[in-house]
Design a protein around this ligand. Structure first.
Ligand code: NAP
Length: 528
């Protein structure tokens, strides 16, 4: 678990919900320092070198567009190629390094992250607009995902398995199965979890013995630059981890199109993921690609539910990180018996949520990520005002300085027909839709009527919960959980991944079967 922090306190999945005062003080001190470092120019890191590009782009905060966080390199196709070549050169020595040494190096990388956990969390707050606990969780999870991959390598003894011996007369056979790295791995991450969804896949790829070229989202290059520094400072050899920045449509495409790539992990939208999937299939032969994509996550609330738990769980999952989680609870199906009791409670709780500068301790909801998302919120609100009824929200928030950022009200919509397109489409905003059901069969049919299958939540009796687990089509499922109806992931606790249009591998990150995705099997038969 994540070791850091002041005194005897360890920031972990268990302690995150009830942190001591010292955590707040450390975060605030780090925030002050990070604000002082705003505006600097940051290079890419290729082959251990700081690399500039001719063009730069500005990274501005969604909290206040006047805050220039930094200036970053608009990497080109050439930079993509250079980074892949560096990763190719570093490949043999990193792959052949005894796995225990690799694990030791990666544990040092996790330690580097621990040492900078507050600084990076403060950057995440400014860059993504996450509240402090969400920001700390993102970076602490990055370190834990790396450690979990190390643990898996150790507990599987490097994935070297002695197999049966051929029953040959006069010969002695030795058969060994070994999992070995593929080579050069490209990691493309989304804006919403820039730390965990960079550190997790890159960490697993590296622990497995691959070298990595990493491209962050254009909205979050700073967080990932700091992670790249953690890898560098842990003593990874030059070229083992390369950090390139620039647009997905040019630099990202160049990475995906290159024959120098042996595998990809992409986390992001369904549309971009599927296009990368198809492009990557045009190579000379099949190569592994792990896609983690969107969600349209349902919760079901039956007449046997504890309604207070359901309100708390739905609220956190619908509006945590402003609804910009792949696991956000965007569809709420409520038993008609308790609809009239549940919905007013949910509205009241949503109206109590504080929207504002997320670095302020009392604020739960910060801004949405950028101007495009802000405009989307206005457009969806317009569409929903015609298709249904706002129970609360529907407007942007512009009081005081908030008009300098992208703030939106938590929004709940009812009476939208179940065949409306927005029951299917991932809005990725603080907008959720509620609908009643008459029978559980009807509820599960509605819940499963999506191309996505990422997460799902349930509130009801234990017997009903077992039925739900059996019948729901999703990779991560939760029942009767007040901490989140459809959100919550942690290595070793809730491994995270999706079914159907939400993911390609069928195995969840931070779980027992994930690290193996980064290696192919080789069997050694030696006849003596
Ligand atoms: P996005 O627009 O799909 O972008 C994701 C990444 O892909 C970014 O780094 C982006 O770079 C890059 N990219 C865009 N076009 C590309 C191309 N043609 N070739 C190569 N790379 C390209 O997603 P997002 O808005 O950052 O993130 C939100 C989405 O991620 C949501 O759909 C959410 O559900 C999903 N998500 C899924 C999971 C999961 O575990 N299943 C977790 C988190 C988020 P630029 O920023 O430069 O365009």
């Amino acid at each position: 678990m994540a070791e850091k922090v002041s005194g005897d306190f360890r920031l972990t999945y268990a302690t995150m919900y009830d942190p001591p005062e010292a955590l707040h003080q450390e975060y605030e001190a780090a925030l002050e320092a990070v604000r002082g470092a705003m505006g600097a120019e940051h290079a890419m890191i290729i082959d251990g070198q700081e690399v500039q590009a001719a063009q730069k782009f500005e990274d501005r905060s969604p909290i206040n567009q006047e805050w220039v966080l930094g200036s970053f390199q608009s990497g080109t196709e050439e930079d993509a190629h250079r980074a892949l070549e560096a990763a190719q050169r570093a490949k043999p020595s990193w792959a052949q390094m005894p796995w225990k040494e690799r694990v030791a190096t990666m544990r040092r990388a996790a330690g580097q992250i621990d040492a900078r956990v507050y600084e990076i969390a403060a950057v995440i707050s400014l860059e993504v607009g996450k509240n402090r606990m969400e920001a700390l969780a993102d970076i602490a999870e990055a370190a834990d995902l790396i450690r979990y991959a190390c643990d898996q390598m150790e507990s599987n003894d490097g994935f070297v398995v002695r197999m049966g011996e051929d029953p040959l007369k006069e010969y002695q056979a030795r058969n060994i199965s070994v999992l070995r790295p593929y080579g050069v791995w490209v990691v493309i991450s989304p804006f919403n979890f820039p730390a965990a969804l960079t550190g997790g896949p890159a960490g697993a790829a590296l622990v497995a013995g691959n070298t990595v070229v990493m491209k962050p989202a254009t909205d979050t290059p700073w967080t990932v630059r700091l992670l790249a520094e953690c890898f560098r400072d842990a003593g990874l050899p030059d070229g083992a981890f390369n950090y390139v920045t620039g647009p997905g449509s040019t630099l990202g495409e160049a990475l995906v199109n290159s024959p120098l790539v042996d595998g990809i992990t992409f986390t992001g939208s369904f549309e971009v993921g599927m296009s990368i999937y198809r492009t990557f299939a045009n190579g000379r032969y099949p190569r592994p690609i792990i896609l983690e994509m969107g969600g349209k996550n349902p919760s079901l609330i039956t007449r046997n539910a504890d309604l207070d738990r359901a309100v708390s769980g739905v609220l956190r999952s619908a509006f945590g990180l402003q609804g910009q989680k792949c696991s956000a609870n965007s569809r709420i199906y409520v038993d008609e018996e308790i609809y009239g009791e549940f919905v007013p409670k949910l509205i009241e709780a949503a109206q109590d949520l504080r929207v504002g500068d997320p670095t302020d301790r009392a604020v739960f909801m910060g801004p949405v990520i950028n101007r495009g998302a802000y405009q989307d919120f206005k457009d969806y609100s317009e569409e929903l005002s015609k298709a249904g009824e706002f129970l609360t929200g529907g407007k942007v928030v512009t009081e005081g300085d908030l008009d300098k950022g992208f703030f939106c009200e938590p929004t709940i919509v009812a009476h939208v027909k179940t065949d409306h397109r927005l029951w299917q489409h991932e809005m990725f905003l603080p907008v959720t839709m509620v609908h009643s059901f008459q029978t559980l069969d009807q509820a599960i049919e509605l819940a499963n009527s999506s191309s996505y299958g990422l997460t799902a939540g349930f509130y009801g009796s234990d017997e009903e919960a077992d039925w739900f687990f059996e019948n729901i089509e999703a990779g991560v499922t939760y029942a009767n959980r007040p901490q989140g109806a459809t959100t919550g992931a942690w290595p070793g606790f809730q491994p995270f991944g999706g079914w159907k249009g939400s993911g390609s591998s069928g195995k969840n990150a931070g779980g027992h079967y994930y690290l193996q995705l980064y290696m192919h099997e080789q069997v050694h038969t030696l006849i003596k």
